[in-house]
Design a protein around this ligand. Structure first.
Ligand code: HEC
Length: 170
């Protein structure tokens, strides 16, 4: 529950406020403002469908993962270990929230990333030894790419995001 709360504050806050205001908002509530795309829905179920669709699936999570991954790379170039650790922890939460939405992605996420790579890479960053940190990053990169192959999207690895972050380039 804590995990769900952390990652989906917005969603939970909306759901809670929807149920608190259930009486007022359970039916169509025309505010007269077309920007009230949730309030103006027919009922709470429709509102949740709108939210669920808006939150997206695994790819929106991966988009965020990719951005944080890139930031870790530049954080290590600057030897900013705290920043690398910060984004690494966020990546774990984002992947877990990703498979909350798409359970079919869970098995490979857990096997390849959460249960096997995450802690080792975190420890490598926490040594604050730049050589070990780069080794950790290299392991992280391999895990990302291994999962893309396991999920049958090997072409995902053929892009600059991964080419430019090969540790030998550093
Ligand atoms: C489940 C194993 C898995 C792991 C672990 C994983 N990915 Fe992915 N990734 C996927 C899948 C599946 C997709 C395609 C999602 C879709 O099409 O819905 C994807 C898509 C992406 C995308 C494209 C996102 C977009 O739509 O813009 C990027 C970028 C990406 N991954 C980066 C990474 C990085 C970086 C890591 C490691 C830190 C990583 N991935 C770890 C499975 C994984």
């Amino acid at each position: 529950m804590t995990k769900i709360f952390n990652g989906n504050k917005l969603l939970i806050a909306l759901v809670v406020s929807l149920s608190v205001e259930n009486f007022a908002y359970s039916e169509s509530y025309d505010t007269g403002d077309e920007r009230d795309w949730l309030l103006n829905a027919e009922n709470d179920k429709d509102r949740l469908i709108l939210l669920q669709n808006y939150l997206g699936g695994f790819s929106v999570s991966m988009w965020e993962v990719g951005d944080r991954y890139k930031t870790i790379y530049s954080a290590l170039q600057n030897e900013n270990f705290d920043l690398a650790i910060y984004h690494w922890k966020k990546i774990k939460a984002v992947i877990e929230n990703g498979y909350l939405k798409r359970p079919a992605r869970r098995a490979n996420s857990d096997a390849i990333f959460i249960n096997s790579t995450y802690e080792a890479v975190l420890s490598a960053f926490e040594t604050r030894d730049i050589k070990k940190a780069w080794q950790g990053f290299s392991n992280a990169r391999s895990a990302c790419m291994t999962c893309h192959v396991a999920e049958k999207i090997p072409w995902m690895n053929d892009q600059n995001l991964f080419r430019d972050t090969a540790v030998s380039n550093n």
